[in-house]
Write a protein that binds this ligand. Structure first.
Ligand code: HEM
Length: 319
């Protein structure tokens, strides 16, 4: 195979730069995740996710981020592959030597993190894209609708339920259609009202089950079918994934807590090596700073590990 000839040092620099970007991302992600620990009905975390889901700069950032993840993996594989091609006869490593175990460790932890990301995307990110079903929420203000309030007021005046009122209106319309021989615009109006009734039923269920936040701002625990109804009948209501409860529910499952913790250990080991190594590749770890970079790298990796781990562990413990 003819791969473009790029010096392996250049490839290492690219891997280091991409890795540096990812190191910053995990700090950002782990910090935001701490909002999940607040017992505020998800107010802070939902506000954060709402911003992440609606701001166009964030959308561009997400595409860049996914590109960086893929490039980081691809350039690393390319580096390993071309290095092996250049030296088909392997160096002799005494069993247990440091270089040998470090590269094996980086490969293993990298594979583990990649496998985790596939699972993680199926649990969260693909829900945002609408590829996987999840749990949803919608702003109550966005469900205000003149037709709905009209039908509620009218049904109260007539002493009927909204459904009975719509049946009544429909009967009258069909009698008029029989008399005149043609349908008037009421038929269209009634079919719109019936669709809006579905929205009212969603609100009624949420109210009955106490799924409205105490500040009255959000309607939560919506099912995928309810989300679909809202998107069809009231597209401007824009229901979004309820990541706060999805995360909290996920970490009631001990298997998930374990899988996440295994990944955090893999990430810790990956970062412990990656941090000083990236600085070295970029020529920033000279004799004077080497020790400081080593210490900062360790503190950084452990900090991320503790921040990430706190969420599944504390949620599982009911805290
Ligand atoms: C306690 C641990 C974690 C929780 C609760 C968590 C939760 C989430 C949630 C809810 C989302 C969707 C947010 C949105 O798109 O608005 C998300 C996205 C994402 N997560 Fe995590 N995550 C955790 C750990 C990790 C780890 C360890 C990594 C990487 C190694 C990671 C990488 C990503 C990526 C790349 C995305 C998609 C980009 C984005 O939307 O920001 N996550 N995570």
């Amino acid at each position: 195979m003819n791969l473009p000839k790029i010096h392996s040092v250049t490839k290492k620099i690219v891997v280091a730069l991409l890795g540096g970007f990812l190191l910053l991302f995990v700090l950002f992600h782990a910090t935001a995740n701490l909002f999940i620990l607040r017992h505020d009905e998800g107010a802070w975390y939902s506000a954060f996710c709402h911003f992440m889901g609606t701001n166009w700069i964030v959308k561009i950032f997400e595409i860049v981020l996914l590109g960086v993840f893929l490039l980081h993996i691809l350039v690393t594989l390319w580096l390993v592959f071309t290095n092996r091609l250049a030296r088909p006869v392997r160096y002799h490593h005494k069993p247990g030597t440091k270089t040998h175990s470090t590269s094996t460790l980086m490969a293993l932890t990298g594979i583990l993190i990649f496998a985790f990301l596939i699972m993680h995307f199926c649990q969260f990110y693909f829900v945002k894209l609408g590829w996987v079903k999840g749990e949803y929420m919608v702003e109550t203000a966005k469900l205000q609708d003149p037709q709905i309030s009209g039908i509620v007021n009218m049904s109260q005046q007539w002493g009927l339920t909204p459904e009975e009122l719509i049946d009544e209106l429909e009967q009258e319309a069909s009698m008029r259609a029989e008399d005149t021989g043609e349908q008037d615009e009421t038929a269209q109006y009634i079919s719109e009202l019936r669709e809006k009734m579905a929205v009212m039923q969603i609100v009624a269920r949420a109210t009955e089950e106490g799924n409205i936040t105490s500040d009255g701002k959000w309607l939560r625990h919506l099912t995928y079918d309810e989300r679909q109804t809202l998107r069809k009948v009231m597209p401007e209501s824009k229901p979004e994934p309820d990541f706060y409860y999805m995360c909290r529910n996920l970490f009631h499952n001990p298997l998930m807590v374990l899988l996440y913790l295994i990944t955090f250990v893999a990430l810790l080991l990956h970062m412990l090596h990656a941090f000083p190594s990236a600085f070295q590749t970029l020529g920033l770890a000279n004799y004077t700073y080497a020790k400081a970079i080593d210490i900062i790298g360790k503190v950084y990796a452990w900090l991320i590990f503790i921040m990430f781990s706190a969420v599944p562990v504390l949620v599982y413990l009911g805290l």
